[in-house]
Design a binder for this molecule. Structure first.
Ligand code: NAP
Length: 538
């Protein structure tokens, strides 16, 4: 295969009966997948003579026949072909004879198997995939290269090398061997939560195919995207070597709505960009390994905003430096990293517009001028809010669970510090602004609020940085007492629009990006970061 051929999307089908698998094949076709992998080792009492013709007859899309050997599966899994090795290889031979589009045979037995097949009188157009799975780690580049040469030496048509990523930087070695495949059709993937980008970016590095689950809940490996994610969110069918990569760096990160938002923006403007989640353990190491110029823009989230500030050194823009946190890093043409903070402008402009639209202010100057602005929280978002409010000449007060942190932040911006317990009685005047920047009220603890409803009566506007859910308990209470409410979702949009401009140099298509979140194609299954690698090597 020439490298110019587009990367195929393959969906693994795991069913207990032939009928169920036939049904899934139809669904696979409808999902937009290019290929389906028939994991026939999952079918109970599979009979190659009678069942293979049923599966291959009138198939709606090309298929890979895989009776995965038990000895190739993860040691503690129940997976793998139940019969003996001879019957398993007979099954593969039969699939070859019947003209399956692909068969998958493991490196350990491939040499002899392929030789016998090619020496036999059977004529077939079936392509042979020679596969190898490492359930422990991603070996060194030298080891990988040596194994891949062994795989080619078997005489197979396609090589599939699957590793386990212990760290996101391991995936760089997978990208490396895909890039160096020199036109030989190669599949490379890294399993495990930190291996996710190997699935999303495979087309950029010339991968022959990548895997996506048939639907949400049917992932066969942690962090596996669905076919619909791959097509609609990540647009892998149009991805190529030139695609510019941006993404959100954090831990955890798979709950982020950034991919849905930014990718819709790129699609709207027909930009050859993609935005992916980077689940990272060491920010500086990650940035040093993915140092190519086309890894261009990074949204930085918990817990790396201060690491990002340090890494950008003296190339940090004024506001980010003042706040002490960088939430956007851009790799410039000369390779230098430049840091920005878009949280501040995102939150403050949303609050100002909230006041203006509700008639509580005129347009002439910042409606925050001289207002008493109370920030709850002294973390990254709290710093951005306190700094931004002070810049707009508000009088600022900071309340935080850890009072020492409240004092430090208050001192740095010229504000008053309040003990969190005393916040309910803090009512020096009415018409104050309240901004929550703690995670209190965030899913799943949606009934919690950082302040009682009674205490809200002194505020004319309440902002909550939490954006999952969109309407938090705090905002519900604010609406009930008649205060103006401004949601964290509005801040999220605005900080993202500003990032989009830094990434691409052009203004964000705001309408399309807002629509993306109100009708997302597919959301990732959350909290996969904490589950260890398990199940199929797909
Ligand atoms: P952070 O730096 O970790 O700071 C967390 C803050 O929350 C600290 O002040 C912490 O107080 C406080 N806190 C956490 N749990 C608490 C609890 N149970 N009771 C009282 N205080 C508690 O995090 P961050 O980056 O500032 O983010 C904070 C929130 O803002 C998150 O919910 C995040 O999703 C949201 N956010 C939203 C946007 C947006 O675009 N809408 C952007 C950034 C952040 P201590 O100092 O006492 O630990």
């Amino acid at each position: 295969m020439e490298r110019s051929q587009k990367c195929l999307i393959c969906t693994p089908l795991i069913a207990k009966t032939v009928n169920e698998m036939l049904f899934q094949l139809q669904l696979a076709k409808e999902s937009g997948a290019d290929v389906a992998e028939l994991r026939v080792d999952h079918i109970t009492d599979f009979n190659a003579e009678s069942d293979l013709p049923l599966l291959l007859k009138d198939r709606p899309l090309p298929v890979i026949v895989t009776p995965r050997a038990k000895w190739e599966c993860k040691a503690d899994s129940n997976e793998g072909y139940e019969g003996n090795e001879e019957a398993r290889q007979d099954l593969l031979r039969k699939a070859y004879e019947l003209g399956a589009d692909y068969i998958d045979v493991e490196l350990k037995v491939a040499g002899e198997f392929v030789k016998k097949l090619k020496d036999s009188s059977i004529k077939s157009s079936t392509k042979i995939i020679v596969s190898n799975h490492n359930w422990e780690l991603t070996p060194s580049q030298e080891e990988i290269d040596a194994t891949i040469e062994q795989m080619w030496a078997t005489g197979g048509d396609i090589v599939k090398y699957v590793t386990t990523a212990k760290d996101i930087t391991d995936v760089a070695r997978v990208f490396h061997f895909l890039s160096e495949a020199k036109g030989r059709p190669t599949i490379g993937l890294a399993m495990g939560p930190t291996g996710m980008i190997s699935r999303l970016l495979s087309p950029k590095f010339g991968g022959y195919l990548t895997f996506g689950a048939l639907s949400k809940g049917q992932e066969s490996a942690p962090g596996q995207p669905t076919v619909q994610d791959l097509i609609e969110v990540y647009r892998v069918k149009s991805m190529d070597r030139e695609t510019v990569v941006c993404g959100v760096v954090g831990k955890p990160v798979y709950h982020s709505k950034g991919p849905i938002l930014h990718n819709r923006g790129f699609a709207e403007l027909n930009l050859n960009y993609v935005y992916v989640p980077f689940l990272v353990d060491d920010f500086a190491h990650f940035m040093s390994v993915y140092s190519e110029s086309d890894f261009r823009g990074f949204s930085v989230t918990i817990p790396y905003k201060e690491d990002a500030l340090r890494l950008c050194g003296d190339k940090v823009e004024f506001v980010a430096k003042g706040i002490g946190a960088v939430n956007t890093v851009i790799r410039e043409k000369d390779g230098e990293l430049k840091g920005y903070n878009t949280d501040c402008e995102g939150a403050l402009s949303a609050i100002e517009d909230g006041l203006r639209h509700s008639g509580l202010a005129t347009n002439s100057e910042s409606p925050l001028k001289d207002k008493l602005f109370v920030v709850i929280g002294a973390g990254g978002a709290g710093k951005a809010l306190a700094y931004g409010a002070k810049e707009r000449h508000a009088r600022v007060a900071v309340a935080n669970r850890n009072y020492e942190r409240a004092k430090t932040l208050a001192e740095s911006v010229g504000a008053e510090a309040i003990e969190l317990e005393k916040l309910a009685d803090f009512r020096p005047e009415t018409g104050m602004i309240l901004a929550n920047s703690t995670s209190i009220g965030m899913e799943p603890e949606v009934t919690k609020s950082p302040i009682s409803k009674d205490a809200l009566s002194a505020y004319s506007l309440v902002f909550d940085a939490v954006y999952t859910p969109k309407e938090t308990q705090l905002l519900k209470d604010a609406i009930e007492i008649g205060a103006v409410d401004v949601s964290g979702e509005e801040m999220f949009y605005r900080q993202a629009f500003a990032q989009f401009k830094y990434f691409t140099g052009v203004p964000a298509p705001e309408r399309a990006m807002r629509d993306a979140l109100s009708s997302p194609p597919v959301a990732h299954k959350g909290s996969q970061e904490n589950t260890g690698p398990k199940m199929s090597a797909l």
